[in-house]
Design a binder for this molecule. Structure first.
Ligand code: ADE
Ligand code: ZN
Length: 343
């Protein structure tokens, strides 16, 4: 059956969703950033919301990270971390996100003298409140900043242990080039021994071999981005047969010049190869859209079909860190939704 693009647009908006790749610090909208700077008596390099938005033009990952870390400086109190997380969750709920797995970067804060406890207590309280108030379940993923040392990552891991029950997994983010997964083998070993699952950003800007290292050395359950995997058919075969999920972030990839345009993005190819691909927003306040906008823009640019959209939504529940029963419940909800929207 042929579908009108307006049907698909409504389908995308209403689809029950899981988001697996979103940095909570990357959801800090300019308005909230300015409000926090004001209440924390900080002076920003950019005086207005408009000036901030103007600065959100990037030519690679590093040019973005410089602005992203600058933004995190507005976050000081537990309430700031609560407000940041709550604002994301409210937006996500409006977009029918039913489950979110959220990264946070403790070192971006502890490095400025904010206690680990302040950060995680604020985020955790919002995640807990979202269960009854917004009907969103979640998992928290603690990322290590790969441009810092393995020793600093190990200290962060130790600081997290009293809050272990609030954290599902550890991840690896920040400047990829020159900071291979192998740098963090010992930290990830210790994290797994403490009961954490593992993920890593790999193959976003960095080489293909970082994807292999993340799998073989860090024993990751998912690859964040991973879009460069198509350079090696053998690796693609492995990702397919082991059903290793890729958390792809289309608008991010265009903003950071990983692809020239969304029309050039390999999302559809990855799907057609049968990989467990998901669509996510990464740093939505900086890249021009949350999960729905990522899906809408990708559908338009790549001609995604109703079946593609169903697979993306289903893959996300399957690739989540939910238990088998919860995954089944969400996928049954998705199936009922698709049945009811035959359009
Ligand atoms: N930190 C926040 N967003 C990131 C991204 N897209 N890649 C690496 N580190 C990040
Ligand atoms: Zn990311």
């Amino acid at each position: 059956m042929k579908h009108q693009s307006s049907d698909l647009e409504q389908l995308i908006r209403d689809l029950p969703k899981a988001e697996l790749h979103v940095h909570i610090e990357g959801t800090l909208e300019p308005e909230l950033l300015c409000e926090m700077a004001r209440r924390n008596h900080l002076t920003l390099r950019f005086a207005t919301v408009g000036e901030l938005r103007q600065a959100y033009r990037f030519h690679n990952l590093q040019s973005f990270l410089d602005i992203y870390y600058e933004g995190t400086r507005a976050l000081l109190s537990e309430q700031d971390f609560f407000d940041l997380t709550w604002a994301y969750l409210e937006r996500a709920a409006q977009q029918h996100v039913r489950h979110a797995e959220i990264f946070f970067d403790p070192q971006a804060h502890t490095g400025r003298g904010i206690p680990f406890e302040t950060v995680i207590r604020g985020i955790h309280r919002a995640l807990e409140e979202a269960i009854p108030r917004l009907s969103i379940s979640s998992n928290l993923i603690m990322c290590f900043l790969r441009h810092l040392s393995a020793e600093a990552a190990m200290r962060t891991l130790e600081a997290s242990l009293p809050f272990k029950d609030w954290i599902a997994a550890v991840g690896l983010d920040s400047s990829e080039l020159g900071h291979p997964p192998e740098k963090f083998v010992t930290v990830f070993q210790r994290a797994r021994a403490a009961g954490y699952l593992t993920v890593a950003h790999a193959g976003e800007e960095g080489p293909l071999d970082y994807i292999r290292q993340a799998l073989d050395l860090l024993k990751v359950s998912r690859i964040d981005h991973g879009v460069r995997c198509l350079e090696d058919p053998e690796l693609v075969q492995r990702l397919a047969s082991e059903r290793i999920p890729l958390t792809v972030c289309p608008l991010s990839n265009v903003k950071l010049c990983v692809f020239k345009s969304l029309e050039d993005h390999n999302l559809k190819k990855l799907l057609d190869l049968g990989l467990c691909v998901t669509v996510n927003s990464d740093d939505p306040a900086y890249f021009g859209g949350y999960i729905t906008e990522n899906l809408l823009a990708s559908q338009k640019a790549l001609g995604l079909t109703r079946h593609d959209l169903y697979m993306l939504a289903k893959n996300a529940f399957e690739a989540s860190f939910l238990g088998a029963g919860e995954k089944q419940r969400f996928i049954a909800e998705l199936d009922r939704f698709m049945q009811a929207h035959l359009g």
